[in-house]
Design a protein. Structure first.
Length: 174
């Protein structure tokens, strides 16, 4: 396959992955915003605490969607590692998402329901870029493609880039 053809294939895979990630993330966003507004309007929790609670519910929802839909073809051999990294990167995303809301609410006094939803959405959008990169790079790692075996020619390297370019896990560890 030509270099241009290989690039086209990789780009196509990345676009499909981003679409699946977006579908799960979009549903997760709905869960996040619904829980946020439900908690905000039915309890006395402060806005950022309501947002953190909603984000945690969405993280749990998203893990199931990512593992069993978006990244179902990725390595499943090290679930403890996967879940630990997912939670670590999700917490970083939670801090990004709710940091934006915190700054808007307590830094600028923008605390109306509309303003809170706008800044929650903005924070989620920024955190989503980080999550997409970190999940595909570190959490849901690609399995080595069969072509990588042939290309590696039995070298002692032990790892290969997956079909989408994400780092693959070592075969020696399985």
């Amino acid at each position: 396959m030509s270099e241009q053809g290989a690039l086209r294939v990789r780009l196509g895979r990345l676009v499909r992955e981003a679409a699946k990630f977006g579908a799960v993330g979009g549903l997760g966003l709905l869960v996040n915003l619904l829980v946020f507004n439900l908690v905000r309007h039915t309890t006395e929790l402060p806005v950022v605490r309501a947002s953190v609670l909603a984000t945690v519910v969405a993280i749990a929802f998203n893990y199931v969607g990512f593992r069993y839909f978006t990244y179902r073809d990725r390595d499943k051999s090290r679930r403890t590692r996967e879940l630990t990294l997912f939670l670590l990167f999700s917490v970083v995303g939670l801090v990004i998402e709710n940091g934006v809301l915190y700054t808007a609410t307590y830094g600028f006094g923008w605390d109306t329901p509309l303003q809170s939803n706008v800044f929650k959405f903005l924070g989620t959008a920024i955190a989503t870029l980080f999550r997409f990169w970190s999940y595909r790079t570190w959490v849901f790692q690609a399995l080595p493609s069969p072509d990588a075996d042939a290309d590696a020619g039995g070298t002692e390297r032990g790892t290969a880039d997956g079909a989408d370019g994400a780092p693959a896990v070592s075969r020696l560890g399985r």
